[in-house]
Write a protein that binds this ligand. Structure first.
Ligand code: KIV
Ligand code: NA
Length: 275
């Protein structure tokens, strides 16, 4: 299993980090088998697997259940789990108990939280308590209500400068890595150069130290709206649709089950039945 030290070394040797979300046993098992460097149990689970229209309704219990399933599927992969909405904005004691639960009860190796200046103290104290933290700047989906939609962030020099400043503060607070979501590629290049911790991009261009995408987007599974920054590597949804349509037709046309799917009773036992 790769560790936070390995991710830093990968940045230094310019080996790009490949990260992907996973939410359950099969997605984790396949991702580990395919050579993913680290798995994110993202609160995107709320949108792609639970059908919510944002990540806001996702709870700690949701994250624990999904992290446990991912852990069983990928026992040898570094797992980062998102702290969900409103679980790291009040007292540090509350933040600590939520993060602790994700590591101790669910089996995550690190937590991710969104935001800059407002969460720096939490990042610093979590790290001091021995919990590796991944930051998240740019488009921070838990703040969709404040941001007014899912759109590219930090396009002007002022907001880009602020992001750079917050990225540096996140590194200084002890985070082992930082996600940059939906920002101009020029900004990603600057942030990646200025930080010594790996910067993982999503919709942030090709110059980040790593890339992350949502599992369902990568395999084309049930995602209705596919953002511009996604590359879809398969269309599993279509394959599933064809399989289920054929199953329905087979059942209705009595083409399934066949003899090979059926069990038999011995002749004498059958004879005994009718007396
Ligand atoms: O929840 C998630 O999937 C994420 C990634 C998009 C970084 O936070
Ligand atoms: Na997330």
């Amino acid at each position: 299993m790769k560790t936070t030290a390995d991710f830093k070394k990968m940045k230094e040797s310019r080996e790009t980090i490949a990260m992907l979300t996973a939410y359950d046993y099969p997605s984790a098992k396949i991702s580990e088998g395919a050579g993913i460097d680290l798995i994110l149990v993202g609160d995107s689970v709320g949108m792609v697997a639970l059908g919510y229209d944002s990540t806001v309704p996702v709870t700690m219990d949701d994250m624990v259940i999904h992290t446990k399933a991912v852990k069983r599927g990928a026992p040898n992969t570094f797992i980062v789990t998102d702290l969900p909405f409103l679980t790291y904005h009040s007292s540090f004691n509350e933040t600590l108990s939520h993060a602790g639960r994700l590591l101790q009860e669910a089996g995550a190796h690190a937590v991710k939280l969104e935001g800059g200046a407002d969460v720096i103290m939490h990042i610093q104290k979590l790290t001091a308590a021995g919990i590796p933290v991944m930051g998240h700047l740019g488009l921070t989906p838990q703040s969709v209500g404040v941001l007014g939609g899912y759109k590219v962030q930090a396009r002007e020099s002022e907001s880009a400068n602020l992001l750079l400043k917050e990225a540096k503060a996140i590194e200084l607070a002890g985070a082992f890595s930082l996600v940059l979501e939906c920002v101009p590629q020029q900004l990603t290049e600057i942030v990646s150069k200025e930080l010594s911790i790996p910067v993982i991009g999503i919709g942030a261009g090709g110059s980040a130290d790593g890339q992350v995408l949502v599992y369902h987007d990568v395999i084309g599974y049930g995602s209705e709206h596919v953002p511009k920054f996604v590359k879809q590597y398969a269309n599993i949804g279509e394959t599933i649709n064809e399989a289920i349509q054929t199953y329905v037709a087979d059942v209705k046309g009595q083409q399934f089950p066949e003899q090979k799917h059926s069990f038999n009773m011995k002749e004498e036992q059958l004879a005994g039945m009718y007396g």
